[in-house]
Design a protein around this ligand. Structure first.
Ligand code: NOJ
Length: 561
């Protein structure tokens, strides 16, 4: 039934990305650690580097190729650490530079690479250069490092424009002398001025600092926003958001000049052996993504299309087809993301009725509409097995290997995400996917640390604890371990051939070496494709592939490997 009819090859053959070579990132499984919520060694409620180092065996057993570490730099936590006060140090609540070196050694000792987050669009308002800018006069070189503009009105008492910030509220903050500074995110995150050579030089220093310490790559935050056209007159918010702007013409985002920055960074990355890698967080239309992912730029870019896609055969296949083609055109490999620290966890997204408004659901405390968690986890495991079989790299988010759902009923008083306050309580924000992990089914903070956790953990966390799942073949943790181990064994060139003629709601594709992946997105069982089953995301019958389930199969030749 699943014999290929019209076979399409989506990519050309490329290096296999085996660990240790310069292309290791192309098909890597990268595990995102949000450090304040991963593991706490000292009981202060905040996850830290020694806590993470102690859990390297968990990551090695899981089988990941790399860790992406979200910001661990000194920060006042106005935006979960994405407000960086010093890019070349460790927040004392998280650890020390020596402990960072220990982490690198432990990861490398386990064969795991390390990618760190670089936040180049803005700093913290506690950054020494921003303190100097505030103390200096309008027009001074200190202010030139950020985006200061005189306000409108006789005394500059009105903001320079009516732009709004991503978390809500105005994008400008008054400094009391007629000038305002731009912040595309929270007021505590002033935007850098990338036309300033000192800003550029300082970021090169930061990249060298971490590369010299053994970091293997970088995740670049808001990579599309660095260079801006701030010439006067400034457009209104409506003009800024006009949807008929030609590519590259937006005043703030995705401007051509930003690639000069990344070409310079690439020269720096390539001066290391092996070259350092980078992945862009660039919220740009799909056809513009390849500019960030090109080999003379950052090299890879996140594709968030599956985050916005319903659990649906046509949507998933369309996203894969488009992104494999785009990545190939860029000379890169695609990325696949189902969860991260900014979105509702995918086990929960798939538990909501299709088309449900996630913001409204969070505001209802996770009650309206009711979530079907069993279904959510079944679909989440199927989607995970689907993406892990694709060419390209998969980015996993901490806790998804436990099948963790979103914590939707955090009390308002506990919320830390600036979105909550800045939106006037109309958007709950991202804390629900940042609740510290449950390592143990019992004990203080479910084994997160010796003290209480910095965000309250629900009682049902016990059911998802790592120790409760360890060794249980039906658990999500063991499913992830099996999937990563088999993916490593089946590693092959970046080719994919669609299997046509599948039953409605089934998407199947073949990879080189006799590896087939088939996902039944529907709810009714379909005939199990031919081959030896090497992985299934849920229970399957002798001859049937159940609803909302993925299987990996090997043909006879492949089974010998
Ligand atoms: C993207 C990060 O993923 C998000 O967490 C952060 O709030 C913004 N960039 C601003 O740095």
């Amino acid at each position: 039934m699943l014999e290929p009819a019209t076979a399409t090859t989506a990519t050309t053959a490329t290096p296999d990305g085996a660990a240790g070579d310069a292309t290791w990132w192309r098909q890597a499984v990268v595990y995102q650690v949000y450090p304040r919520s991963f593991a706490d060694s000292n009981g202060d409620g905040t996850g830290d580097l020694p806590g993470l180092t102690a859990r390297v065996p968990h990551l090695a057993h899981l089988g990941v190729d790399a860790v992406w570490l979200s910001p661990f730099y000194p920060s006042e936590l106005a935006d979960g650490g994405y407000d960086v006060a010093d890019h070349r140090d460790v927040d004392p609540r998280i650890g020390t530079l020596e402990q960072f070196d220990e982490l690198v050694a432990a990861l490398h000792g386990a064969g795991i690479k390390l990618i760190v987050d670089i936040v180049p669009n803005h700093s913290s308002d506690r950054h020494p250069w921003f303190r100097q800018a505030l103390a200096a006069a309008p027009g001074s070189p200190e202010r030139e490092r950020y985006v200061f503009r005189r306000g409108r009105g006789e005394h500059g008492e009105l903001p320079p424009s009516d732009w709004t910030a991503a978390f809500g509220g105005p994008a400008w903050e008054h400094v009391g002398d007629g000038e305002w500074y731009l912040h595309l995110f929270a007021p505590e995150q002033p935007d850098w001025n990338w036309a300033n050579p000192e800003v550029r030089e300082d970021h090169l220093r930061t990249l060298r600092f971490w590369a010299d310490r053994g970091v293997d790559g970088f995740r670049i935050d808001v990579a599309h926003a660095l260079t801006k056209d701030m010439s006067l007159p400034l457009p209104t918010a409506a003009e800024l958001a006009a949807d008929d702007l030609p590519d590259g013409a937006h005043r703030l985002f995705d401007r051509e000049e930003v690639h000069e920055v990344y070409r310079e960074w690439r020269r720096l990355f390539d001066s290391y052996d092996p070259p350092r890698t980078a992945v862009a967080e660039a919220w740009v239309p799909a056809h513009r993504r390849s500019r960030y992912a090109s080999p003379d730029g950052l090299g890879q870019a996140f594709n968030f299309d599956l985050l916005r896609s319903a659990f649906d055969a046509c949507s998933f296949r369309a996203v894969v087809e488009e992104n494999l083609a785009l990545a190939a055109r860029a000379g890169s490999s695609s990325t696949w993301v189902l969860s991260n620290h900014d979105v509702v966890r995918h086990a929960t997204r798939y538990a909501l009725p299709d088309g449900a408004d996630e913001e409204a659901w969070l505001l209802s405390g996770g009650t309206e509409p009711p979530a079907d968690h069993e279904r959510g986890l079944r679909r989440a495991r199927a989607a995970t097995a689907f993406v892990l079989a694709l060419p390209g790299s998969t980015y996993l988010y901490q806790g998804e290997e436990l099948g963790l759902p979103e914590v939707a009923d955090l009390p308002a008083g506990a919320l830390q995400d600036p979105t909550w306050v800045r939106s006037g309580g109309t958007r709950k924000g991202r804390d629900g996917c940042r609740v510290p992990l449950p390592w143990k089914a019992s004990g203080t903070s479910f084994g997160f640390g010796p003290g209480p956790a910095h965000l309250p953990q629900p009682g049902w966390y016990a059911d998802f604890a790592a120790d409760a799942q360890d060794g249980d073949p039906a658990s999500t943790l063991e499913f992830y371990r099996r999937a990563l181990a088999r993916r490593a064994r089946l590693r092959c060139a970046e080719d994919l051939e669609w299997v046509e003629g599948t039953p409605e709601g089934v998407v199947a594709f073949r990879r080189p070496g006799g590896w087939t992946c088939a996902t039944n997105f529907g709810t009714e069982p379909v005939p199990l494709p031919a081959g030896r089953v090497v992985l299934s995301s849920g229970p399957i019958g002798e001859t049937l592939l159940g609803g909302e389930t993925t299987v990996w199969l090997e043909d006879e030749a492949g089974a010998a490997r």
